[in-house]
Design a protein around this ligand. Sequence first.
Ligand code: HEM
Length: 375
Amino acid sequence: MNTTNREAGKQAPGFEPVAVASIKPVPYEDAHEVLEEHERETERELVMTLLDISDTTFKGSGRGLRSVHAKSHGLLHGELRVLDLPLPYAQGLFAVPKTYSALIRLSTTPGDLLDDKVSTPRGFALKVVGVDGERLPGSQDAQTQDFLLVDGPAFLAPTAHQFLGSLKLLASTTDKLPKLKRAVSAVLRGTEKIIEAAGGESGALKGLGGHPETHILGATFFSQVPFLYGLNIAKWQIAPVSPGLLALKDVPVDLSGTADGLRAAVVEHFATQGAEWELRVQLCTSLESMPIEDATVPWPESESPFVPVARITVPPQAAWNETRSVEMDDGLSFSPWHGLAAHRPLGSINRVRQQAYASSALARSSRGRCPVHEP
Ligand code: HEM
């Protein structure tokens, strides 16, 4: 292990010395998490609603799909290199500089396979393979650490109970009226532009099809909800850093004449170029301004910036094909509960995700072209 940077107080490339020196992270205590009223009942209803969605899409398509994030746009093989970090960033997976192999699935949020003109938030799921250390309950037999992110800084509901309401609305529209969804999406995109011009952003409108029709490879992704970070608490971000990706920020994609324009754009990029992202960590330095139990609050970057802790590198490759789809759409499941005890998911949204992901993966495993398994 190379401890030179830590001993000498030096920092890995990309570090802002001032920011790191001034960060005083809050030590995690169990009392920081507060169970929501009737949380087990909410969890049960969420699981049932999600299973209803995948039952509906199975009847319509004959395929075992994810109950959300059903459509993939890129299925990538690459690696993740942990940087040589000072404390408090050198904790958990990031304690030691090391390179791991990594799998990435790029998706959009709905549970049905919609035309990309119904423009919805983009997802980035990362699976780091070959990780050692004490495991989370339910993932003891694996050696992976998953990260799941979406391209907005905050979740659309503060708590699991309030999210259940939005999910029920989404479930009632699954597999219904794709043409109407396209039309509604176009109207919502216009509304979202007006809100953004006024300095706002509406997660709810974007979720229903109001997301701008931009290139998925130019997006910055956020965990939105917090995780244990060794002795502390953190949120994640994955941001493009290679020039080829930076050039795609906010760039519109041509979605005319095809239902799969986003996937075509990703395949075109990786046919000739690779990509690099930074995985960044924002440590919680105040429980007042950086709450654990309200997922709608983006933590202020003026108080604690996102600091790079690892680099994700993906070489040029065939970024989507049927073989990869069998392997990664059907054969894999990504979950915030696949990982190290040092990165336990925190807060009500995260707590209910444990059962939701496990039951969604189990339901589609027997309906897919390959049983779900950890690599
Ligand atoms: C209570 C809140 C949430 C619930 C119930 C939920 C549920 C689910 C379920 C059931 C899946 C499909 C799992 C599978 O079949 O393998 C999924 C996928 C996903 N979720 Fe969530 N989710 C929640 C919040 C979030 C949040 C906060 C994020 C990140 C900001 C997120 C990002 C993703 C991503 C990226 C995927 C796709 C994973 C893949 O490619 O396999 N979710 N979610």
